[in-house]
Ligand binder design. Sequence first.
Ligand code: LLP
Length: 435
Amino acid sequence: MHSFHYRNGVLHCEDADLEALAAQHGTPLYVYSAATIRDHYRRLDQALHGIDHLICYAVKANSNPAVLRLLAQEGAGFDIVSGGELHLVRAAGGEAGKCTFAGVGKTKAEIAYALEHGVHSFNVESEAELEAISEVAKETGRVAPFAVRVNPDVGAGGHKFITTGKSENKFGIGLERVEQVYADAARLGGLRPVGVQMHIGSQITEAGPFALAVERMLPLVQRLKAAYDLEFFSIGGGIGIMYQSSLASGDNEWWHRRDVGAQPALTLEGYAAAVAPLLRGLGVRILLEPGRLLVGNAGVLLTRVLYRKTTPAKRFVIVDAGMNDLIRPALYSSYHEIVPVHQRAADAMRESADVVGPVCESGDFFAQARELPVTQSGELLALMSAGAYGFVMASNYNTRPHPAEVLVSGAQAAVVRERQTMDDLTRGTHLPAWL
Ligand code: LLP
């Protein structure tokens, strides 16, 4: 589901009027729906009912501390990829003991920080990393719980930058080498095998690749469980969401329609139905690492139209958000639905236009040759499905301050991150005395 709908002709997030939020807090503005995040978390949890499991939210998708707190309150664990993410989880009230630490390039300082706070486990991506973890553990007199990230060589996922489960990717250790790595770990010392992990990619919109990868892993999981009494099997994240909706036509029910857009709809229930039968009876706890699924459709980026511009070749709608605020269209050619916050009549005038930002790059676009209702300067637009990999990938490029973030629950709306100020742009910089 998601909680964005037109009410009295104005787009709302739950019971909050988005025009009012933009007027109060300025644009560009990220707005998140707490109800959507909770609903997605609870539905996934429910769909896995009967299987011992822990949902470890992939913090990289959206690390706003309020989002982390909300999920911690739901009982979530966390999939972290840096010392910074562990710091945020702890600051938000999440438990380090429920954090799985992934990533191909953990530094020794990060490993030490994670060991000190007692993370649930390290997902190990190479033999060299395992050696580093062993060294840090022995130096600090601790034992590091670990799981090897296995690369099951299953291709899936939307864009080539976010496919991870093929053997040509930098992630994980090949199926054929994994058992040797567990054997070596015993010799290295300071390590305790507790699980095994896989992750095949992101924005996967069919259940098939997930089921195939789990099936490929099962014999290995069973052998490792017998040999090391493993506690868990993590099946990673990657569940895709619908980016293409029919909200633009005023239809609020798009999320459970099957006929909109080019994407096949993978529901979280469909995902669970595909993998649960394979996992039941394994005798180990199942860990999941969803990011986008929980937060993607829970957020929008509000932006105001600054100018219209027509060239002999094209029509441009220039908005006040840029690729530095939401980079997905520029980086992955991703599709984000764009809707006017003030609802249009079904027969309102439409045009084909490029929606572009103010950044000095031709790649600074949110849509190209998109059929949209005609919008005028000053109008508010919503870039939909911006809750995942939105703000977290924002930069200060073109020396633009980071936008603010607002979390909505019912009629309540709280600023959960302030817009950066001019002072923030100079903070931490120094002019040397010799200049
Ligand atoms: N687990 C691991 C090991 C991962 O590498 C990732 C994402 C996840 C879980 C969470 O995946 P999700 O459930 O969110 O698909 N910036 C890109 C997506 C990069 C995903 C990286 N890894 C985008 O905007 O599409």
